[in-house]
Design a binder for this molecule. Structure first.
Ligand SMILES: C[S@@+](CC[C@H](N)C(=O)[O-])C[C@H]1O[C@@H](n2cnc3c(N)ncnc32)[C@H](O)[C@@H]1O
Length: 332
């Protein structure tokens, strides 16, 4: 019989965002909205409404990424469990951990899994996930970390055994190339010689397919993009009218990445009152809200290598839409 842990014993939550998150939003707004080409980082999309909209995006027919990544996981989870023999799974940007359950189940069945460590900026997600997973997997401990993976990786608790770090959803593509490699080095620092990183990467493909995935017919992605303005209104007392902006998704052929932007429908000035900052938009002016880089096997291998990681397995679907990379620290 499986040991059943008291929920109080099974769940630990560390929060590192008390006021820090607000400060990072204010800093990003001050920095990003005073540049000649305005820009905000995508991590601020995810308030409760943003997280709910992202869940709806994952179900859209145009958004092939989620179902393809899930399919690959379903086909290969048993093998991943036996190769990694992971006692703990650390997940960066864990969200609702919907796809992660496929891996957790395989590791649970293999009898190696002891602990799950979800790290996400969205507090509600980390807490809900801890409660549901400890109920679903008897004996599992969950040590949730409410934090920013760009600032709080060193807060991930020390390992208790072989570790598998997972970074799903193609979120690595949100980093521009230079900071992507720096971030991969930070992830590599979480790994011992026997540990592994499993990372999702969206692959280069027909630009029309890509643009449709970020500009769906129902307009859910457009709402998700404009939700960023609602976050600024609420958190920093800004006075954006989201309807003053239209959603733009375009494939940048040179960099091979998708850009999401918000384009001002009319010339106007908004004020971010908490920062006492007037922000002028000309008609048609665009503000970048996300890049989502698309990868080839060569590009992701080079990024991993530069971070001291070696690719040990390349898991992809039949149509090569999406890939999961399995890597481990390069033996010295
Ligand atoms: C694109 S979603 C992916 C969610 C899930 N891993 C998946 O594959 O469907 C990105 C997730 O990462 C979280 N996130 C984004 N930026 C973050 C950051 N800087 N630190 C921690 N979590 C972040 C969001 O809250 C969201 O849950």
């Amino acid at each position: 019989m499986e040991p059943v842990l008291d929920p109080q014993e099974a769940i630990t939550i560390d929060a590192h965002l008390a006021n820090g998150h607000d400060r990072s939003l204010a800093e990003d707004v001050l920095d990003g909205l005073t540049r000649p080409f305005k820009e905000l980082p995508p991590k601020h999309f995810y308030d409760a409404r943003g997280a709910e909209l992202f869940d709806r995006i994952c179900e859209l027919p145009e958004y092939y990424q989620t179902r393809t990544e899930r399919l690959i996981l379903q086909e290969r989870a048993g093998e991943l469990a036996s190769v990694t023999r992971a006692a703990e799974l650390v997940e960066l940007g864990s969200g609702t951990a919907a796809k992660t359950r496929v891996l957790l189940s395989a590791l649970h069945e293999a009898g190696t899994l002891e602990r799950y460590i979800p790290l996400d900026v969205t507090e509600r997600m980390v807490r809900d996930c801890a409660e549901s997973l400890t109920a679903e997997y008897p004996g599992l401990r969950v040590h949730g970390v409410i934090g920013d993976f760009e600032r709080h990786l060193e807060r991930v608790p020390d390992p208790i055994g072989p570790r598998l770090v997972v970074f799903l959803g193609g979120t690595i593509g949100n980093f521009p190339p230079g900071s992507r490699r720096r971030f991969l080095r930070e992830i590599a620092a979480l790994l011992g010689p026997e540990d592994h990183l499993l990372m999702g990467a969206d692959l280069v493909k027909d630009p029309e397919v890509l643009e449709r995935a970020y500009d769906d017919a129902q307009g859910v992605t457009a709402e998700f993009n404009r939700n960023l303005l609602r976050v600024l209104n609420r958190e920093l007392a800004a006075d954006f009218d989201p309807e003053d902006f239209e959603h733009v998704a375009l494939f940048d052929h040179e960099h091979e990445w998708i850009e999401m932007r918000l384009r001002a429908r009319r010339a106007h000035t908004t004020t971010v009152r908490a920062l006492d900052l007037p922000v002028r938009f000309e008609q048609g002016e665009e503000m970048r809200t996300e890049i989502s880089a698309k990868f080839t096997r060569e590009r992701i291998t080079a990024d991993l290598t530069s971070a001291g990681l070696e690719l040990t397995d390349w898991l992809t679907d039949r149509d090569e839409l999406f890939a999961l990379t399995l890597s481990r620290p390069t033996a010295i």
